[in-house]
Design a protein around this ligand. Structure first.
Ligand code: NI
Length: 431
């Protein structure tokens, strides 16, 4: 039997708190899970800094990846199998793409990519196609198989149905992370009836559609996305942690550029400073390594680096207020001057952050061609876009509310060594 169809002698299961069990029957899937590149995902949290707010949110990209795989497996094996629109020959491809879709994520993705200008999607491709254990397994299926998996993840694969299972407005990726993030944060929103949604999914040439009778289950899913974005993903305190983290990395990069002599050589970061990052360098970084460096950096002589590292490790985060520096430019400039006057470098201690650069796309019909909207399959066989039928979805579709905040160290406002008149001025502008 060839490797593409090879089954395990006995089915393997992973216990999973969200889907109860994750079932593996294919040899290739089992082998991929065992690769070092996939195991690395255990050391990267799914929600970055969110664990500093919701202490349960310690789950990793490893859990999530297995979950996405399991959802796709159930859809194709339980619902699509035997339907004429579904090509069983795509089965292993879509399962591999589901399992590996987040493979290139680095530690604390947002902040890291922002400061070091790396791109996790590019690294996913490199891991799939480079000299890696994952590539070795995929090549056993077929020589062109690694490239196909990359195309599905990058949404360029010609079979749109296959792509839509992993990236669309209602895909296995989102269905897994919404439920998983809700479970691990412990919040009550985020839950929806996925079993029901899976039952009413139908394969069509250009993507998955939903039988009209499943509309209310889909409405619930959209609402859960909306709630999760506002309550979890944009939580102002995890954004504060993100700001501190971002500034630690920014400071390290700046110090390095100035020729600062580090007491603890930032070995793992050197290739990133030089912009000469090999795949090995990238894979060597994970969140445990980063947190270890933060502990070292607490003891550095540079006051900003040691302070910010201490803040992150001990969770002494920044305070925030609603403030849009674009609208209040003069006030912001005045604040920058006052911060400098009290000895705080505004580049690190007065930080504007807005949610606009985050994926606030809880539902935008037809917004991006790559994120195809949800189509309902009516009883007469016609397709109808969801927000045309659902009042609930129509009312929240495409509404983008950009939220601007500035983050700063709160102790500043009660520091007795700073003159009262300065503090009063700062307070007047901030509060
Ligand atoms: Ni994902």
């Amino acid at each position: 039997m060839n490797y593409a169809n090879a089954k395990l002698q006995e089915e393997k299961v992973f216990k999973d708190p969200v889907h109860r069990y994750v079932h593996v029957r294919d040899q290739a899937i089992w082998d991929l899970v065992g690769t070092r590149e996939f195991q690395r995902l255990r050391r990267i949290r799914q929600l970055g800094t969110t664990y500093l707010v919701f202490h349960g949110a310690e789950h990793s990209r490893f859990n999530h990846s297995l979950g996405v795989y399991e959802i796709v497996r159930r859809i194709i094996d339980d619902v699509f199998k035997g339907r004429p629109e579904w090509d069983e020959g795509e089965r292993l491809l879509v399962l591999c793409a589901a399992l590996l879709h987040d493979l290139g994520h680095g530690p604390f993705s947002h902040a890291f990519e922002n400061v070091f200008e790396t791109d996790h999607e590019q690294f996913t491709r490199e891991i799939l196609l480079g000299d890696t254990e994952v590539n070795e397994v995929l090549r056993r299926v077929a020589v062109d198989f690694p490239e196909k998996v990359a195309q599905v993840i990058e949404k360029t694969y010609p079979n749109e149905l296959v792509v839509s299972l992993i990236s669309s407005q209602i895909d296995a990726d989102r269905m897994d992370y919404l439920q998983r993030d809700a479970y691990y944060t412990g919040v009550s929103y985020g839950h929806f009836d996925m079993e029901r949604i899976m039952r009413v999914m139908r394969p069509r040439a250009n993507g998955v559609v939903i039988k009209e009778s499943g509309m209310h289950a889909v409405e619930d899913y959209i609402m859960s996305r909306y709630q999760m974005y506002l309550q979890i993903y944009f939580h102002p305190v995890s954004r504060s942690a993100e700001v501190v983290l971002n500034n630690i990395l920014k400071r390290v990069k700046q110090l390095r550029a100035e020729g600062y002599w580090f007491k603890y050589d930032p070995q793992h970061f050197l290739p990133f400073f030089e912009g000469m990052v090999t795949l090995e360098d990238y894979l060597a970084l994970d969140e445990s390594i980063m947190l270890t460096y933060f502990q070292f950096w607490m003891k550095e002589d540079d006051a900003i680096l040691s302070d910010l590292s201490r803040r992150f490790v001990n969770r002494k985060l920044f305070q925030y207020v609603n403030f849009d520096p674009h609208e209040r430019r003069e006030d912001f400039e005045e604040l920058q001057r006052l911060f400098t006057e009290v000895g705080l470098d505004p580049n690190y201690y007065l930080v504007h952050d807005s949610t606009s650069d985050l994926p606030y796309d809880f539902y935008k019909p037809g917004h991006e061609s790559t994120k195809r909207p949800i189509f309902l399959l009516m009883s007469d066989g016609q397709l109808c876009e969801l927000s045309e039928k659902s009042l609930i979805v129509e009312s929240i579709a495409g509404r983008i509310k950009v939220d601007h905040k500035i983050y700063f160290p709160e102790e500043l406002l009660s520091d007795s060594s700073i003159s009262q008149s300065l503090i009063t001025k700062v307070k007047k502008l901030l509060l």
